[in-house]
Design a protein around this ligand. Structure first.
Ligand code: AMP
Ligand code: MG
Length: 347
């Protein structure tokens, strides 16, 4: 299959109509969102949704997020509640996904057999217009091959899915660069299943009761059931072995400089540290304090590590709170919890 890439804005109606026709005839279309690129299918069409799993190589027990163009369109597919609308008022359209009880119209392939469905209303104008023009809710996971870092550009999608899907809409680099914050709500309690650019503190502006699921920071224990099935998979990982260093900056620099002498290693360092290292395979993440920039660059850097062909990558252990929690969650899983230093000892 030939994979066509079209540059698109919300005003390119001919291109959006072509994409909508593909979606309405059971085909897949990759499109930009403000978080990462999505791989879309008609959420009412179980066969189309099944083909998402085969194109990505995604395990069938990992449910998809369903995208709507207006928060109230959730009524067609889920049972909403007042807190959903309070959250929608604060964060939609935007990078927040809310899990709600599903209506029968959503096929079980979309929700991996769960009786809930994940709902998101994207802010990206191409994504939002595409859903509106298509007239259907669009089921869309990230448009990467399963297990690889999520795509934040049309090129990343092409690298992973060329020949497997008919169309990619290119809307430029993703604004945020990590996937949406996924939450469940029960009465007035919000539980974060996956951290994203909508932070715990921002959610506390809507409900005082915000908790973080343990799988966000920790490995699932043997036999423990994941509240969000996606959290049980190794994810976001480059081919190189990633290690996170939990130590002072001086010790980080010393440790990595030693490694550079003997290993073909990449270094995810802060911009301020660049001059401290031998100028080889450096993957600068941004200034230390600029978490937004670090978030935006994260997946591109993990992909770059593979492009430059290093065997190992060393990075700082990110902070596990606030805006940085989303980076921590992706990095700790990309490195399969391999942390060196701090309370973990040498490895
Ligand atoms: P992705 O589409 O690749 O961004 O992944 C979607 C994430 O949302 C995965 O971690 C899923 O496990 C999670 N998810 C989707 N639907 C549900 C649901 N009904 N209940 C819990 N988590 C969900
Ligand atoms: Mg994904």
């Amino acid at each position: 299959m030939e994979t066509k890439i079209f540059k698109a804005t919300k005003d390119d109606l001919n291109i959006l109509k072509e994409a909508s026709e593909l979606l309405n005839s059971g085909k897949l279309v990759a499109f930009p969102t403000e978080t990462v690129y999505g791989l879309g299918a008609n959420a009412y069409d179980s066969e189309a949704c099944k083909s998402i799993f085969s194109a990505k190589g995604r395990p069938s027990d990992n449910p998809l997020i369903v995208h709507v163009s207006k928060p109230e369109d959730a009524e067609n597919i889920a049972y909403t509640c007042p807190l959903y609308y309070e959250l929608a008022k604060a964060f939609m359209p935007g990078p927040l996904t809310v899990i709600l009880p599903k209506k029968d119209i959503i096929p079980s392939e979309v929700t991996a057999g769960l009786d809930t469905v994940a709902i998101r209303c994207p802010k990206n104008e191409v994504a939002n217009k595409l859903i509106e023009v298509s007239g259907i809710p669009i089921a869309a996971p990230s448009a990467n091959s399963s297990g690889k870092p999520s795509p934040t550009s049309a090129k990343h999608v092409y690298d992973d899915l060329n020949g497997k899907i008919p169309m990619i809409l290119d809307g430029g680099d993703s604004e945020f660069g990590v996937e949406s914050t996924v939450i469940t709500i029960k009465d007035d309690v919000i539980t974060i299943l996956r951290p994203g650019s909508v932070t715990p503190k921002m959610l506390e502006g809507v409900s005082k009761k915000v908790q973080i699921a343990s799988a966000v920071k920790e490995e699932l224990k043997a036999g423990e059931k994941a509240l969000s099935p996606g959290m049980k998979y190794k994810h976001y990982a480059p081919k190189a072995s990633l290690y996170l260093i939990d130590d002072t900056y001086i010790n980080f620099i010393e440790f990595v400089k030693e490694k550079q002498k003997t290993e073909n290693c990449g270094v995810m360092c802060y911009d301020e540290e660049i001059s401290s290292f031998e100028n080889k395979n450096l993957l600068p993440v941004g200034e230390e304090k600029n978490i937004k920039k670090q978030t935006k660059k994260l997946f591109n850097l993990l992909r770059k590590a593979d492009d430059i062909g290093v065997d190992t990558v060393y990075a700082h252990l990110p902070k596990d709170d606030g805006e940085s929690l989303a980076i921590y969650n992706r990095m700790i899983r990309a490195c399969a919890h391999r942390v060196i230093g701090g309370k973990n000892g040498e490895d």
